[in-house]
Design a binder for this molecule. Structure first.
Ligand code: GDP
Length: 521
């Protein structure tokens, strides 16, 4: 199956490093990727029509040897995290682009955290040094504060001053990538087995049918091979390189555009070569079923503090990853400082992989999903689709407004003594069809219970166009016709009054819910 090289040490050969370019918006990621591609003078075949196939390979000379490097041609860390979230590790090295006139910015730090969480070595490209206001020394100082210490300051991160615009020092940047790879990675693969690798991107082409850009990770892919890619399969009809040239084979580390699949696979999915078409079809069908099941399971799985404890007891986890978000920087710092003082013994480590001020964003959830982290929200809540996404990805967000409470719970979790957790159970929903104004009772909502049961003693929230406009309310009264009721079931009308919330509108939905203790163990 997918994943390991066949044979033994002797069968392995060096393969090029695979590089992703990350960094803050407008710092020059796209321009750098374009410049590196066109500065690829060693490649004699270049000169065709360059195609954006999602990845490309360049060659450079280091100490007299020709060395190849593969670039994933999608700037930004979204692609990087999306792949990791699928369990696909495509990237060996990250180039962190920082504009020398702008310095370190929020997305610089985000990118840095993503790469660190993935254990991917970083090479820093200090870009735009052609600009008069460029200050590469300042960038070095700023990144040192985040643990990326330049070699020239005694650290182990290579910084290269470049200009993507003037194509300055691009060879030095390529050299730094090669040297970093040599120093910290063992990049070898068996080129003589059936090919395996990743789908970088895929689309449906009008003339050519499904077209997938793949990256060979081991083995050699040849025209005529039967492959399964994601839930698609087929025989490789033709392969194109990034210059639009037809190629017959692709060895480890090489990207290629593959024609001949029956369906476009998703980015980050794997491909394998199999014996024949019939087998390819069978595997593709199985994969599709498995993927569907996994998607459903994933919705149910939650990585909670309890999961962490359970796997710690079984000896599986020794590391709790946290992402801290708070309303002001003071509270985030205080939280992090207090966390650092928790004595969890030698075996367990608590890692804060990202922190920041402001609402919990989709990027935070992305990083949490990719690194099995729990998000701590201190006086902040998810923004936009981040909450929905956390539910879908099974990322736990814990909210606190008191620091010692957060510390206590995390400490308790680490020591295996967490207090029972509560889970919200939605009991039912009622739609407001009429509003009666009563000087004594306030606004009475004339409702139809459209789902489940509405209960007098349960909590309630008001939804308007899918948004929560009031939460955690109590009912002042619940009536069926003229009588007080303890609950009203689906299909029946009722009248209810919300405590401390009068701003109801026709069409609002009142959701009745309660908090249930989740039994432990
Ligand atoms: P991205 O958002 O990180 O992909 O940034 P882009 O590659 O789109 O670049 C943002 C802007 O910076 C564009 O206007 C580029 O032309 C400009 N830019 C990129 N690299 C350089 C550089 O080395 N020097 C100068 N002066 N401008 C650059």
């Amino acid at each position: 199956e997918f994943g390991a090289d066949e044979g033994d040490e002797d069968d392995l050969a060096f393969r090029p490093p695979i590089v992703t370019v990350m960094g803050h918006v407008d710092h020059g990621k796209t321009k750098l990727l374009d410049a590196l591609r066109s500065a690829n003078v060693v490649d004699k075949e270049a000169g065709g029509i360059t195609q954006h196939i999602g990845a490309y390979q360049v060659a450079t000379e280091v100490d007299g040897d020709e060395r190849r490097i593969t670039f994933i041609d999608t700037p930004g860390h979204e692609a990087f995290t999306a792949m990791r979230a699928r369990g696909a590790q495509a990237t060996d090295i990250a180039i962190l682009v920082v504009a020398a006139d702008d310095g370190v910015m929020p997305q610089t730090i985000e990118a840095l955290n993503h790469a660190k969480a993935a254990g991917v070595p970083i090479v820093v490209a200090v870009n735009k040094i052609d600009k008069p206001e460029a200050d590469p020394t300042k960038v070095r100082g700023q990144l040192t504060e985040y643990g990326l210490v330049p070699e020239e300051y005694g650290g182990d991160t290579m910084f290269v001053d470049v200009s993507a615009k003037s194509e300055l020092n691009l060879d030095k940047l390529l050299e730094a990538v090669v040297l970093t790879a040599d120093a910290s990675l063992d990049l070898r693969a068996n080129p003589d087995q059936d090919a395996q690798g990743l789908v970088i991107e895929a689309h449906l082409d009008r003339g050519r049918g499904p077209v997938a850009t793949i990256l060979v990770q081991r083995g050699t892919l040849r025209v005529g091979d039967s492959i399964v890619a994601g839930a698609g399969h087929g025989r490789v009809r033709a392969m194109l390189d990034e210059h639009g040239n037809n190629i017959e084979e692709a060895d480890p580390g090489r990207p290629a555009m593959v024609l001949g699949l029956n369906a476009a696979p998703g980015a980050g999915q794997t491909f394998i070569v199999v014996d024949d078409d019939r087998m390819a079809r069978q595997i593709a069908e199985k994969r599709e079923a498995r993927e569907r099941a996994a998607m459903q399971a994933k919705r149910r799985v939650r990585r909670t503090l309890e999961d962490f404890m359970a796997s710690m007891e079984k000896g599986e986890t020794q590391e709790l990853n946290l992402i801290l978000k708070g309303d002001v920087s003071g509270s985030v710092e205080a939280l992090e400082d207090s966390l650092a003082q928790i004595d969890v013994g030698e075996e367990v480590s608590l890692r804060v992989i990202d922190r920041g001020v402001g609402a919990i964003t989709e990027t935070n959830v992305d990083l949490a999903a990719a690194s099995d982290a729990i998000i701590i929200g201190f006086n902040v809540r998810p923004q936009g689709k981040a909450g929905q996404m956390a539910d879908k990805e099974g990322v736990e967000i814990r909210y606190y407004s008191v620091i010692y409470q957060a510390i206590e719970e995390i400490e308790a979790a680490l020591k295996g003594m967490l207090k029972p957790e509560y889970e919200e159970a939605v009991l039912g929903k009622a739609e407001i069809r009429e509003i009666f104004r009563s000087s004594k009772a306030g606004n009475i909502a004339g409702c139809m219970v459209i789902d489940g049961t509405v209960r007098r003693n349960a909590k309630a929230r008001v939804l308007r166009d899918g948004n929560v406009v009031a939460d955690n309310l109590d009912l002042a009264s619940l009536k069926r016709e003229k009588d007080d009721a303890s609950e009203v079931r689906e299909g029946f009308e009722c009248g209810l009054v919300l405590k401390n919330f009068q701003d109801i509108k026709i069409g609002d939905v009142v959701e009745s819910f309660e908090m249930r203790e989740i039994p432990r163990g």
